[in-house]
Design a protein around this ligand. Structure first.
Ligand code: FMN
Length: 237
């Protein structure tokens, strides 16, 4: 087992932080290592907004009331970004057509890979953090708060800081229900019920809803409209 594997297997999201800053040198390491993630055609179709002022964190918290945001030493907003692409493409063509599923997948996958690299680097330096996807539920307002231009949209944020809480590592689905040999194997509902139990045992008294109930809450309704509206406004849909 390498140090890297140990670090990756010890990952837990951290949502409560001490009132301690992250020194600039550490932030530089975190951000530059994060940037080394692979990206589609090396387009690097994302940007990161580093938020350190309490005022801005509080303003974001008003929109997205997640305690990790206001307690974080640094909040990183990962933005799907084809604004640079538009400028680059305009050197060679008058036609720029980023609207559609491919553009969204390219930008959100690039952002996600960079984000995961970023979080792991922070963890390797002893910091903790949590990805905040809920920024998308207030996509238009968040875009306005951070002055996002055309062809950009918030994908997720990462709240980072010195951990003030510790959880056990959250059990994952059994590997053979996620990794299949040679072809896809649809899972029986019994497998879901088994994992509901694993999750309930892990959460103990903290459990309010089961894993499958959370799936129902998420996917049993039409997607929250703010993301789609913002993507249309930013000319990505
Ligand atoms: C795309 C994405 C969005 C997430 N959004 C949130 C969020 O808005 N708030 C939150 O508390 N956790 C959020 N999380 C953290 C997950 O809840 C967490 O990773 C998951 O429960 C597994 O727990 P662990 O990271 O501690 O292993 C998000 C994670 C991902 C990958």
């Amino acid at each position: 087992m390498t140090e890297t594997i140990k670090l990756m297997k010890a990952h837990t999201s951290v949502r409560r932080f001490k009132e301690q800053e992250i020194p600039q040198a550490d932030l530089d390491e975190i951000l530059t290592a994060g940037q080394m993630a692979s990206s589609w055609k090396n387009f690097q179709s994302y940007s990161v907004i580093l938020v350190r002022s309490q005022e801005k964190k509080d303003a974001l918290y008003e929109l997205v009331p997640q305690e990790a945001i206001r307690q974080s030493a640094a909040f990183l907003l990962f933005v799907g970004d084809l604004n640079r692409a538009e400028k680059g493409a305009s050197l060679h063509t008058d036609s720029f057509q980023p609207q559609g599923v491919e553009g969204l997948l390219i930008t959100s996958v690039d952002a996600a890979l960079a984000g995961q690299n970023t979080l792991l680097t922070a963890e390797s330096l002893g910091y903790g953090g949590v990805i905040i996807g809920l920024v998308r539920y207030k996509s238009e307002e968040v875009a306005a708060l951070f002055n996002l231009p055309d062809y950009t949209y918030p994908v997720f944020g990462i709240a980072l800081g010195v951990p003030n809480q510790q959880h056990d590592v959250k059990p994952r689905l059994p590997l053979n229900q996620v990794v299949f040999e040679e072809e896809y194997q649809e899972q029986p509902v019994a497998a879901i019920l088994d994992y509901d139990k694993v999750q309930a045992d892990y959460a103990g008294a903290r459990a309010t809803t089961s894993w499958s109930q959370r799936l129902a809450e998420q996917f049993g309704q039409v997607e929250p409209s703010s993301t789609r509206k913002n993507l249309e406004q930013k000319k990505l849909l």
